[in-house]
Design a binder for this molecule. Structure first.
Ligand SMILES: [Fe+2]
Ligand SMILES: [Fe+2]
Length: 186
């Protein structure tokens, strides 16, 4: 059984790959003036469904709840900071979506909101990986781990289970290819 935080760190790796693809595409967009609408629509879909709907949902509903029961409260301290950053991230992605949905895309707003999101989430993930999760390991028992893994499985199933995860893993590769980070394999 993988530890629950190992599962979240693996998801962080996928989110960081999308952040890299978005950062490169943002630069490409500004330098070339070419705007790839489907890239941005798919990036927003990844952030909303995978990063927020699957990943942040597991943290908020299950991991942070468990931390709270074991003495790492969510009213202040590192968990409160993480929860607030999830909210700020949602504002960024809503701004990206509204920049894209206005009929005539506001490219400047889209790119600046995307860069804000990338910067925020990069720092956020580093804080979880390096500070919060190691702190959490000191209070989580083996039986807590078993429960967390079951709750994570259930949370994934609610959003389509393995098929959905596979879809977003493939979308990461596709975004990297479209941003020109990796060569298209044919
Ligand atoms: Fe988080
Ligand atoms: Fe996270």
């Amino acid at each position: 059984m993988k530890r629950s935080t190992r599962r979240l760190i693996d998801e962080h790796d996928l989110i960081l790959r999308v952040i890299e693809a978005i950062s490169v595409e943002a630069k490409n967009t500004i330098v070339s003036g070419n705007f790839n609408e489907s890239f941005w629509a798919d990036s927003i879909d990844f952030i909303k469904i995978f990063a927020d709907g699957i990943h942040h949902n597991k943290e908020e509903k299950h991991l942070f709840e468990m931390y709270s029961q074991r003495g790492i409260g969510k009213e202040f301290g590192p968990v409160a900071v993480m929860l607030n950053e999830h909210i700020v991230g949602r504002v960024c992605v809503n701004n990206m979506e509204s920049a894209l949905q206005n009929g005539k895309t506001d490219v400047q707003k889209l790119v600046s909101s995307a860069r804000e999101y990338c910067e925020l989430l990069t720092q956020h993930i580093a804080k979880e990986n390096q500070i919060l999760f190691p702190l959490g390991e000191t209070v989580i028992s083996d039986s807590d781990e078993i429960l967390l893994n079951t709750l994570f499985d259930d949370a994934e199933l609610e959003l389509g289970g393995n098929q959905t995860i596979l879809h977003y893993q493939n979308l990461v590769i596709s975004l990297e290819e479209r941003a020109g980070i990796v060569e298209v394999v044919k």
